[in-house]
Write a new protein. Structure first.
Ligand SMILES: Cc1cc2nc3c(=O)[nH]c(=O)nc-3n(C[C@H](O)[C@H](O)[C@H](O)COP(=O)(O)OP(=O)(O)OC[C@H]3O[C@@H](n4cnc5c(N)ncnc54)[C@H](O)[C@@H]3O)c2cc1C
Ligand SMILES: NC(=O)c1ccc[n+]([C@@H]2O[C@H](COP(=O)([O-])OP(=O)(O)OC[C@H]3O[C@@H](n4cnc5c(N)ncnc54)[C@H](OP(=O)(O)O)[C@@H]3O)[C@@H](O)[C@H]2O)c1
Length: 531
């Protein structure tokens, strides 16, 4: 009989590290697995699905080194050079896996490459830059021989289910709004309540809510005046005013609108319009040109209403992290919405959906909505597992939901929330609820960071550093860690801080700490909902 040699016991965590024997043994096992040479990285759910559909039978290694929302498009495309077209399409996405397109970045690109998805303009964070790159890549796809194109997906589609995708929204009733900031704040963030009892939708914590808002009537009327048209001109079987309110985007002026201007103007105006249509910026104002500003810039153009509407993009829904728990309040749904308003030149610009929810919709009104299932943002299935939640600003939304869910289901795991905002006196959202949860013991720890209370900025990651030793102990105890809020700066800074904490308190080099955090992500113990 062959005697199997037992594997050598790997001792990576030194006995002097601040752990119990059980924790040290768990961590040694964890790293042994990580360092094992023949331990192939597990497939993600979407990679597994792609594998099943045969899409990745193109020799690609499935790695996505460009998958970083802070990396500029040109750098992402460089990293994807030489990869199959569907992978280069993925690199063109904004890498937030935000779900606004109805997919994650990988699945959206696979759907385009397999020609299941014809819309190239769905990546909201990528905006016009992504749409232009996708258009160029799609032209390559059209030229490629059919055999090299990805096969059509046979995966069952949720798109057909009522209220489960942007393609099949249902009406829900707006109940109320309540301002979360106190007078004197520089922010305006609203707690919004919906009633789902008529539409029958449900959700789990971590999911987002998609809403179809409409454009502000005042802006629409100004645009109609600039066109020199009548409100009741018929377009697409409706009045021009109805179409401009409900069907088309009036925010960033699309390339096709500048193309239209280039056809109906001449001379220098035509050259300018052509340049803008190609993504150039002849006057240094391209980033600020919404539809109305574009009409003002080409004020002599006066396109025909039908051609004008044709040149605009369809109005897209917006997603919001759900801040309530269906287990705690069945049939009800809450959001936490920061109102977007800013000024360019002399004109006030309004964020479409946030101002719709904050000021234009009235209690009792219905709006089209859907539930967007979270991709990899969910509470641990074991209710005993501790969770650490980091959510400054509106990033608190899903964590309010997590906490109410844990209360409703009697989950016994410890809960630690890091919340931060500008000023403690004005911007402590849900302070009564959170303090009550702390008193009851549901919220084990509440760590706060006020960025504008002192002379120097103080952020959630600064608070994390202060309590790094305890944070590391929670991680060593198996805690899952969640981040929600700003994608561009906060999420990256928090991740860097986490690496530093792991290195300092986990007795590791920075490289080892980076691998540790990467492994937390891979194993689903570090999840993000960032936008
Ligand atoms: C998964 C997910 C969850 C989200 N959860 C939440 C949430 O819980 N709460 C929340 O409030 N938001 C959340 N968002 C963001 C939300 O979807 C919208 O993007 C946000 O409300 C703005 O939408 P809007 O229609 O009001 O503005 P838009 O009409 O889309 O205008 C926003 C655009 O205006 C421009 N802009 C904004 N501010 C300025 C400025 N100061 N100067 C110049 N240009 C500017 C930018 O181009 C910006 O993209 C989430 C997003 C995602 C993807
Ligand atoms: N797509 C959109 O149009 C849209 C709509 C709404 C929100 N957002 C973005 O989503 C994010 C969330 O907005 P919000 O209203 O929830 O609040 P927020 O603007 O993110 O502010 C929340 C807190 O985070 C702080 N903060 C700023 N930079 C940080 C960093 N690098 N690390 C950690 N904390 C940081 C802020 O401090 P200071 O401000 O004092 O620096 C503030 O105290 C913002 O970036 C906002 O621009 C985008």
């Amino acid at each position: 009989m062959n005697q199997m040699t037992p594997p050598p016991k790997i001792e990576i965590i030194p006995p002097s590290a601040p752990f119990s024997e059980a924790q040290r043994s768990w961590l040694n096992g964890f790293f042994a697995g990580l360092l094992s040479a023949d331990n192939a990285p597990p497939l993600s759910a979407e990679q597994g699905a792609a594998e099943l559909r045969g899409i990745s039978g193109d020799g690609d290694d499935r790695e996505a080194p460009w998958h970083d929302q802070t990396m500029p498009l040109a750098d992402r495309m460089k990293l994807a050079e030489g990869r199959p077209l569907r992978r280069r399409m993925m690199a063109a996405m904004a890498q937030q896996d935000c779900g606004q397109c109805g997919y994650n970045c990988n699945d959206y690109s696979d759907a385009i490459a397999s020609k299941d998805e014809a819309r190239l303009n769905l990546c909201v964070p990528g905006g016009k830059e992504t749409a232009r790159m996708l258009k160029a890549l799609y032209e390559e796809l059209e030229k490629a021989p059919a055999s090299s194109q990805a096969p059509a997906s046979t995966a069952p589609s949720v798109a057909a289910m009522s209220g489960r995708s942007r393609d099949n929204p249902v009406p829900a009733t707006f109940v109320s709004r309540r301002l979360l900031n106190k007078p004197g704040s520089e922010k305006e963030t609203w707690h919004i309540d919906f009633d789902l009892s008529d539409c029958g939708l449900d959700y789990v914590v971590g999911d987002s809510f998609g809403v179809f808002a409409s454009n502000e009537a005042g802006l629409v009327d100004q645009i109609i005046a600039l066109l020199g048209a009548s409100h009741v001109t018929e377009v697409r079987g409706k009045t021009l005013r109805e179409v401009l309110i409900a069907d088309v985007s009036l925010s960033p002026a699309p390339d096709s609108l500048f193309e239209l201007f280039s056809f109906i103007t001449g001379g220098a105006q035509r050259e300018k319009a052509r340049a803008l249509a190609q993504g150039e910026d002849p006057d240094g104002d391209a980033a600020t040109l919404d539809v109305m500003a574009a009409l003002q810039k080409f004020s002599g153009a006066r396109p025909h209403p039908e051609a004008f509407v044709e040149a605009l993009e369809p109005l897209q829904p917006r997603l919001y992290s759900i801040s309530s728990s269906h287990n705690a309040t069945p049939g009800k749904l809450s959001l936490t919405v920061d109102r977007v308003r800013y000024v360019v030149g002399k004109r006030k610009r309004l964020g479409l959906a946030s101002t719709f929810l904050a000021e234009r919709i009235n209690p009792g009104d219905q709006m089209k909505v859907y539930v967007q299932k979270a991709h990899g943002f969910a509470m641990p299935s074991d209710p005993k597992v501790p969770i650490i939640m980091i959510g400054p600003g509106t990033g608190i939304a899903p964590f309010r939901a997590f906490l109410f869910d844990r209360k409703a289901t009697g989950a016994t795991g410890k809960n630690w929330l890091f919340f931060g905002h500008q000023r403690s006196a004005y911007d402590f959202f849900y302070s009564d609820e959170l303090n009550a949860m702390k008193t009851s013991g549901l919220l084990t720890r509440l760590s706060l960071a006020w960025s504008r209370d002192g002379d120097k900025k103080f952020y959630v990651q600064d608070r994390m550093r202060e309590v790094g030793r305890e944070l590391w102990a929670w991680l060593a105890d198996g805690a899952h860690l969640y981040v929600c809020g700003d994608a561009k700066r906060m999420a990256k800074d928090v991740e860097r801080t986490l690496v530093d904490i792991v290195a300092l308190h986990g007795a590791r080099s920075i490289d080892q700490a980076v691998s540790f955090v990467a492994e937390l992500k891979k194993s689903g113990r570090f999840q993000q909902d960032v936008y």
